[in-house]
Design a protein around this ligand. Structure first.
Ligand code: HEM
Length: 415
């Protein structure tokens, strides 16, 4: 094992376009220690599926990284940063960074809010939002898809769900950008201070909204969350509610934006596949799975070793950071035939790990699947012949955990 020269996945040029790196390393180095960070990376579909189920070995308690520290950094005392952070609430482990049994309590609460019946109720509203956004550019024959559709669609959906006024969408986007940068592991010190200020700003704004919902509950998730009680336990406290809403905003926005944009890039560059969904719209839900398999927004998620263990014959010491590289698993040829081909009718597309697997599997998976399905249905019905605009340069900012286009200029024909 590990007989190929050590390398680092976490180099900007590789993060921007990691697929060749995965191909070169997956079979020879399914689990390897990253040269630059010392973290371990898992690239193989079966090994990732195994690891995320071994809860006694692999912990989700990686909160330190979400505070903007680089993987492998030792915590450093930083008075200027601490002074900003002290103005807000502490970051507590709720969903993504909590282990059992703590995780179960929060997950039960949030599952209620994101159940299939609740998501189904949003469908008409999503379709209306989708058509409203399409109306803003359909007569031009061109659009910058990320800013004109892929960003506003999920921001508006989640803003509605969190009981925030639609007019706040710009602020929500600014906050989520800050949260995402804190996941990137690549911030300058200046940006670290700036993002800490954004987090505190988010916390105070949300706290005011939460207090309103406690006094006067409404038909939204925020009201459900702050007033919810499961199994007779105490309701969530402020820090816990803030942590959950923060995760819903980040996870619900950037990832779905990236998935929508990747979908349209794939359709624009594979017109035969777009034709297939236009001719047979019943293929659209499967096309959504195939888009997620090819390139979901979430490239990989961390685990921390609870104790010394082994995976795929590689020793992983207690305390080691381990990244489950879901992107790499989704192009594993042992699981997916011709993995680099985009096939909207691929039989096992839905077995992808874009949403993870096991107890931490994405709580918003049904919501984002619905947003993507509704969006692709509306496009297929109203628009023909998507193409990437001549001369457009597509770029992905380097980020350890998320990957998404910054812009996608497209041309098309109105039907
Ligand atoms: C295409 C869109 C999305 C992708 C690719 C995605 C991806 C993921 C992945 C891979 C995980 C698993 C983490 C792990 O293994 O530890 C996850 C968890 C999570 N996702 Fe998503 N997600 C998406 C959309 C959403 C949406 C729309 C929401 C909420 C509105 C959301 C909320 C969450 C939360 C709260 C968790 C943590 C769950 C837990 O630890 O129990 N995600 N997501």
């Amino acid at each position: 094992m590990n007989d190929v020269a050590a390398k680092s996945l976490f180099q900007p040029d590789i993060l921007v376009d990691p697929f060749e790196f995965y191909e070169d390393n997956r079979s020879k180095n399914p689990v390897f220690q990253d040269e630059a960070t010392g973290a371990y990376i898992v690239l193989d579909y079966d090994l990732i599926s195994e690891a995320v189920g071994r809860l006694d070995d692999f912990s989700n308690n990686f909160q330190a990284l979400l505070s903007g520290e680089k993987a492998g950094d030792a915590p450093v005392k930083d008075e200027e940063l601490d002074a900003i952070v002290e103005k807000g609430w502490p970051q507590v482990d709720t969903l993504l960074t909590a282990d059992q049994p703590r995780h179960t309590r929060f997950r039960k609460l949030v599952n209620l809010a994101f159940s299939m019946p609740k998501v189904n109720k949003l469908e008409d509203n999503m379709r209306e939002m989708s058509n409203e956004l399409i109306d803003t550019f359909i007569d031009k024959g061109e659009c910058e898809f990320v800013s004109e559709y892929a960003v506003p669609m999920p921001v508006r959906t989640i803003a509605g769900q969190l009981g925030l006024d639609r007019a706040d969408a710009g602020t929500i986007k600014r906050w989520t950008n800050a949260f995402v940068d804190r996941l990137s592991g690549m911030m300058t010190r200046e940006r670290q201070l700036e993002t800490a200020r954004e987090v505190v700003d988010y916390q105070h704004t949300l706290k005011a909204n939460m207090d309103d919902r406690r006094k006067q509950p409404q038909q939204d998730i925020l009201s459900d969350l702050v007033n919810a009680q499961v199994d007779g336990e105490r309701p969530l406290d402020d820090a816990e509610s803030l942590s959950i809403v923060q995760q819903l905003m980040v996870a619900g926005n950037e990832t779905t934006t990236a998935a929508l944009a990747e979908g349209m890039r794939l359709f624009a560059t594979n017109p035969d596949q777009y034709k297939k969904i236009q001719e047979d719209p019943s293929l659209i839900p499967n096309a959504v799975e195939e888009v997620l398999r090819m390139s979901s927004g979430s490239s990989g998620i961390w685990r921390v070793m609870h104790r010394d263990a082994e995976l795929g014959g590689v020793k992983l010491p207690k305390g080691a950071m381990v990244m489950m590289r879901y992107h790499a698993a989704n192009r594993d040829p042992k699981q997916f035939e011709n993995p680099n081909e985009f096939q909207v009718d691929r039989k096992n597309a839905r077995t992808h790990l874009a949403f993870g697997k096991g107890i931490h599997m994405c709580v918003g998976n049904m919501l984002s699947r619905k947003e993507m399905t509704v969006s692709f249905q509306q496009f297929a019905e109203r628009i023909d012949n998507w193409q990437v605009a001549d001369g457009a340069e597509l770029s992905y900012p380097p980020n350890m955990m998320l990957r998404g286009l910054t812009s996608l200029p497209l041309t098309f024909n109105k039907k």
